[in-house]
Structures are given as structure tokens and as C-alpha cells.
Design a protein around this ligand. Structure first.
Ligand code: NAD
Length: 498
């Protein structure tokens, strides 16, 4: 059976460590193995990155950016292969896989602006004959640890920007769907990146702990579930590293009584059930303000949830594929059982879905609960599956209180035609990314992505302008070149301009 190898110094490396099964979730079959690095393999990647750093740090930003131009072209050229690799191991539909790649490519485009992004600021004559500027210097060897649900896009949030900023990067992708991530990294080498600048090391907790403990790894970017985000943030910062750790989510959509219901239902369907609900920005709670809009929503959405087209991710024309693993499927079914036991009203039950020809795939059908209350585990927890919960409240204030009281604050959305309500919502909601009639308000690459509360640990958001700040250190330089004839006497008072 084929083994997905590591990529170190531009070469495929099998390593000497353990390995793990990789599945095709649409069939339920093991299709290969992924190497899980031991410490020796990780140290090899770290050493290669350290050796490459001095040369890469001094490569002009415009030259670094040229690698990204070629990388973008290669990604576009290989879109169909990458989408197929994603779909075969993740299970999402081919169209959805191509969509995540396109959003990832937007981050490569942003990185192409490196010379502009790294210009710093300059001030002439901050004092007599004195000039000052701030310089943005790379951090060194940095690492990224990424989740299964976006094997192309989330790594592309991190390393193109880190690399054009002059850093060397070690990527530890999810061990559940590693093939597309490796394929994309090899395209970056093909684009002309010096070989040691980027390595891919597969693995699990052992590799992550090795990255945390290495004194040579100066910064860690993490995207994944909240408990692991908290662990990496606390262990990494304890060792003096820069850490940004993005965690889990529970994203609410508020439906105001004046919402354009047809648009809202279409938006909710895509955002709740797209990618089988395995998105950190998935809308998993619809908060209806008033009984009338709640009843109207139920009437319109139930037939659409029943009509979802579900099948093998690699087929075309589908709405969603399977969950990523058998364990993920069982966990989602467990939450549906708990929702029934805790008294929610189950309107559509996806537990017994069988896909003809793919009977062993990890499928759960679209599921819809009404009359969900904040005490139920289907409301409190991130289910990460195709389950939408309807909560009924009496006012916008009550809806906002509910959202603000939730431990997560990644994304949210309000559906309304009322500008006053939308403005209040944007001003006072305690969530990092807000949509107004936009169900998945994932910021474009020249803004930054990040949640609030237990959805993000760290001070800076991911990619965009915050990404540049995360992957660079500021240095402030003040200089004077005195004329030889002007010798100044010693000054003992603190220098100022007044
Ligand atoms: P996960 O936390 O299980 O895994 C993420 C990464 O951490 C993987 O590379 C994994 O190998 C590693 N890991 C797993 N267990 C570890 C351990 N004990 N110690 C150290 N490292 C460990 O997450 P997942 O299941 O791959 O992804 C789904 C989660 O990611 C969801 O909670 C989702 O909301 C979140 N997510 C968040 C964002 C965001 O931007 N906030 C984006 C995508 C996904």
C-alpha cells in the first residue's frame, strides 16, 4: 500500500517512524498510509530550515515574490488534480474542493505583493540631521499545524505569506487527508523555491510536541479544534514563541422578522450543509426572532433538507459528500441521539442514510432540529456535521445575548432588511467575523481571518495584514551621519525636539 511521504529539502522522505491509515470516506476503504514522523525526521527538517534561513532572509522580497507568481500559475494549472486529491481523502464534492483551492490561491496572490508589504516606514529629520525607519524582518524558522477540513486552503493561509516575509516554514498537515497538501507543497518547489525553505512533516502529537519544544522554531500557527489550540498556545508561549492558534466554532445566523426568506433559506442551506457541515464557519444554529419567521423557515427549509443530493465526493452535481472518518460519523450520530433525548424536535433525521453503491461510506444525511434550547449539547458543542439547529427567541436583543454568551465567537450572520438592526448587530456582537445577509463571511485575503473568545488564542488574526505582522519582527532604526566638522558636545539631558 502506498505511503504518503514527508517532503524535506525538496525530496520525498519515507522516515523511520510509525504510519497511519488514510481512508476514502466515500467508500469507507483504507486507500493508503501516511508516514508519522519520529523525532529524528523532524530534527532533520528543522536543521534543513535553519541552514536555508540566512540565504532566504537576504533574498530580495521581489525575488521571493516571483516564486509565488510561478506557484500561483502551477496551482491553477493543476486545479483538477488537486480537487480530486482533496475529494478522495476528505470526501467534499469536487466543486467545493476547487472552491477551497481558489480561496487558497487568493492568499498566494496577496503574498505576491511582498515588496509592497515589507516596505516599512521612513521618517526624514526626526531630529537635527537624524532619519528613522522601521524594518520588517523575518522571524526565522516557523511552523504551521493544520486541520483536515481544508487541506489546501488553510496551509495556504500560512506558508506563502510566511515565506515571502523571509521565513523558512515547516508544515505539519492533518494526517487524515495529507495527499493534496503534499502535492501542493511539491508545486512550490517546482516553482523555484530553494529546497530547504519549505518542508512538510506528517505526524501527530509527537511531531507537534517536537515543534513546540524545539528552541529553533520561533513561531507556531495552528488551526484546529479548541482544546488543541489552547494546548499549543499555552505550551508555545510558555517557551517564548509567537503563537496564533485558531480553534473551533458554533456559528449562529439570526433571522429577523423582515428577512428575505427565500434568500436566507438558500444561504442557510449552503452554509449549514456544504462540506457536510465540516467548516469552522458553517452556520449550525438559526436563531429566529419571532414565531412567525421560525414557522415560515421550517415550512420552506424542511423539503430542501430532505432533497439534499448526497453521494461520493468525487461524483459531480452533488450538494454534499460523507464525513471524514467513521469516528466523525459516529460522533455526529451521537449528538443527534442526544438532541432527541434532551427534548429537541427532530424535523429531518439523517442517521439512516444509505448511499447506493457506497454503503460503507461515512455518510450522515442532512439533519434538522427545531425548538433547540441553550442547555442542549447540540447547541453548546461544535458538532462538525450536517446538523442545523433552530432556536426561537423573542427579540434581536435576546438573539444577541445568546450569541454573546456562547463560548465560541468565530463567525455569525444576520438576515434582515433593517439597517438599524444590522448596524447594532455589527457593533455589539462578540464575534470576530460578521456577515450581513452574507452567510459565510470569510474575509478575503487582503483582510485577516480570526474569531473571538475561545475561537482564537493570540493577538493577531491569520493571513492578510495581521499575517504580515505575525511573520515579521519590527526593528526601529535611527541614524545620523554627522558632518565631520560638526562635533557635538556630550548631552546629559534626555534628547528631545523641544
Ligand atoms: P484537530 O484539532 O483534531 O487537529 C488539528 C491539527 O492538530 C492536526 O494537524 C492534528 O494532527 C493535530 N493534533 C491532533 N491532536 C493533537 C494533539 N493531541 N496534540 C497536538 N496536535 C494534535 O482538528 P481537526 O479535526 O483536524 O479539524 C477540525 C477542527 O478545526 C474544528 O474544531 C474546526 O472548527 C477547526 N477549524 C478552525 C478553523 C478556524 O479558522 N478557526 C478553521 C478550520 C478548522
Amino acid at each position: 500500500m502506498s505511503i504518503v511521504p514527508h517532503l524535506i529539502n525538496g525530496e520525498r522522505v519515507q522516515g523511520t517512524g510509525r504510519s497511519a491509515d488514510v481512508y476514502n470516506p466515500s467508500t469507507g476503504e483504507v486507500t493508503g498510509q501516511v508516514a508519522l514522523a519520529d523525532d529524528a525526521t523532524l530534527q532533520q527538517a528543522i536543521e534543513v530550515a535553519r541552514a536555508a534561513f540566512p540565504g532566504w532572509r537576504n533574498t530580495p522580497p521581489a525575488k521571493r515574490a516571483q516564486v509565488m507568481y510561478r506557484f500561483k500559475q502551477l496551482l491553477e494549472q493543476h486545479e483538477a488534480t488537486i480537487a480530486r486529491l482533496i475529494s478522495e481523502e476528505h470526501g467534499k464534492t469536487l466543486e467545493d474542493a476547487a472552491g477551497e483551492l481558489k480561496r487558497g490561491i487568493e492568499n498566494v496572490e496577496f503574498a505576491c505583493a511582498a515588496p509592497q508589504l515589507l516596505k516599512g516606514d521612513y521618517s526624514r529629520n526626526v531630529g537635527p540631521g537624524i532619519d528613522a525607519w522601521s524594518d520588517l524582518q523575518p522571524v526565522g524558522v516557523v511552523a504551521g499545524i493544520t486541520p483536515f477540513n481544508f487541506p489546501a486552503m488553510v496551509p495556504l493561509w500560512m506558508y506563502p505569506l510566511a515565506i515571502v516575509c523571509g521565513n523558512c516554514f515547516i508544515l505539519k498537515p492533518s494526517e487524515r487527508d495529507p495527499s493534496s497538501t503534499l502535492y501542493i507543497a511539491e508545486l512550490l518547489i517546482e516553482a523555484g523555491l530553494p529546497k530547504g525553505v519549505m518542508s512538510v512533516v506528517h505526524g501527530d502529537k509527537e511531531v507537534v510536541d517536537g515543534l513546540i519544544e524545539s528552541p529553533h522554531v520561533k513561531a507556531l500557527s495552528f488551526v484546529g479544534s479548541t482544546p488543541i489550540a489552547e494546548y499549543i498556545y499555552s505550551e508555545g508561549t510558555k517557551r517564548g514563541k509567537r503563537v496564533q492558534a485558531l480553534g473551533g466554532a458554533k456559528n449562529h445566523a439570526v433571522l429577523m422578522p423582515d428577512a428575505d426568506l427565500d434568500n436566507a433559506v438558500g444561504a442557510l442551506m449552503g452554509a449549514a450543509y456544504g462540506s457536510c457541515g465540516e467548516r469552522c464557519m458553517a452556520l449550525s444554529v438559526a436563531v429566529c426572532v419571532g414565531e412567525r419567521i421560525a414557522d415560515a423557515l421550517v415550512e420552506k427549509i424542511v423539503p430542501q433538507v430532505r432533497a439534499l443530493k448526497i453521494g461520493a465526493g468525487t461524483s459531480t452535481g452533488l450538494d454534499m459528500g460523507p464525513l471524514v472518518t467513521g469516528a466523525a460519523r459516529d460522533k455526529v450520530k451521537g449528538y443527534i441521539d442526544a438532541g432527541i433525548a434532551q427534548g429537541a424536535s427532530l424535523l429531518v433525521d439523517g442517521r439512516d442514510l444509505v448511499v447506493a453503491g457506497n454503503e460503507n461510506g461515512f455518510f450522515v444525511g442532512g439533519t434538522l432540529f427545531d425548538r433547540v434550547t441553550p442547555q442542549m449539547s447540540i447547541y453548546t458543542d461544535e458538532i462538525f456535521g450536517p446538523v442545523l439547529c433552530i432556536v426561537r427567541v423573542g427579540s434581536l436583543e435576546e438573539a444577541m445575548q445568546l450569541i454573546n454568551d456562547h463560548e465560541y465567537g468565530n463567525g455569525t450572520c444576520i438576515f434582515t432588511r433593517d439597517g438599524e438592526a444590522a448596524r447594532l448587530f455589527c457593533d455589539e456582537i462578540e464575534v470576530g467575523m460578521v456577515g450581513v445577509n452574507v452567510p459565510l463571511p470569510v474575509p478575503v485575503s487582503y483582510h485577516s481571518f480570526g474569531g473571538w473568545k475561545r475561537s482564537l488564542f493570540g493577538d493577531l488574526h491569520a493571513y492578510g495584514p495581521d499575517g504580515v505582522r505575525f511573520y515579521t519582527r519590527k526593528k526601529a532604526i535611527t541614524q545620523r551621519w554627522p558632518r565631520r566638522a560638526n562635533h557635538e558636545a556630550a548631552q546629559f539631558a534626555f534628547p528631545s525636539n523641544s
